[in-house]
Design a protein around this ligand. Sequence first.
Ligand SMILES: Cc1cc2nc3c(=O)[nH]c(=O)nc-3n(C[C@H](O)[C@H](O)[C@H](O)COP(=O)(O)O)c2cc1C
Length: 210
Amino acid sequence: MPAQTLTDRLFDDADKGALDPFALFEEWFALAGESEPNDPHAMALATVDNTGMPDVRMVLLNQRDRRGFCWFTNFESAKGVQLLASRKAAVVFHWKSIRRQIRMRGPVEIVSDSEADAYFATRSRGSQIGAHASRQSRPLASRAELTERAESLDRSLGADPVTRPAHWSGFRLLPVAMEFWKDGAFRLHDRVQFTRDTPDGAWTRRRLNP
Ligand SMILES: Cc1cc2nc3c(=O)[nH]c(=O)nc-3n(C[C@H](O)[C@H](O)[C@H](O)COP(=O)(O)O)c2cc1C
């Protein structure tokens, strides 16, 4: 008999044992990585602006650990400004190849400078220069203007290493809710939600109607 997966346990209503949603995330993420044509780490990031109007866009999950889930971006972008003001976000992964989604929400924190520096250093030189050249989310007169800015930066840096721009760093979502959704026949999908009052609290789980 094949070994029981965490997912088997998740959807077994008789199983009342503790389950770790971070470990479940790893199980689903690994599965998605085997079958998604590209970017299994792409997730939709939802924010609100200062009028309460929602906003959403894709970002890449770049780091994760027991604290939470990180993405990197321009802090002067629309999302950067919104997150710095609200300090809250929601994300959703949808992996079409396995017909599953994971959503989570909670407060966000800014990653440490050393974490941001370390991640920036792993990026290609072109992407590092791009982070300097792009005034993300602000109007741009032409593609040529952006290309010229990047080329001029590249020339002025010569062989020097590219340091992380002050406006470029990462956010970490500290989930207080995580929901695991798996496609079922006749739209009778499986949904299990984990919630906790604070990012260091204990998780409670319950099955939800689809
Ligand atoms: C698959 C995918 C991954 C993306 N990853 C990122 C990312 O990690 N960071 C980022 O700033 N923008 C990323 N983008 C671009 C954003 O979706 C968005 O266009 C940009 O960040 C500006 O968003 P804003 O104006 O809401 O701030 C990605 C786009 C796609 C389609």
